[in-house]
Design a protein. Structure first.
Length: 38
């Protein structure tokens, strides 16, 4: 159970990281300044 929970947390963190990098790519593509905190 603990392994499954840790795996889920790691996947969530990975998804958040991918989303953050995706936002940076989008802002770079449209020449927009990134939102504060990202």
């Amino acid at each position: 159970m603990i392994g499954i929970a840790l795996g889920g947390v790691c996947l969530d963190a990975y998804d958040l990281g991918a989303l953050a990098f995706g936002m940076k790519d989008v802002t770079r593509e449209f020449n927009l300044s990134p939102a504060p905190g990202l």
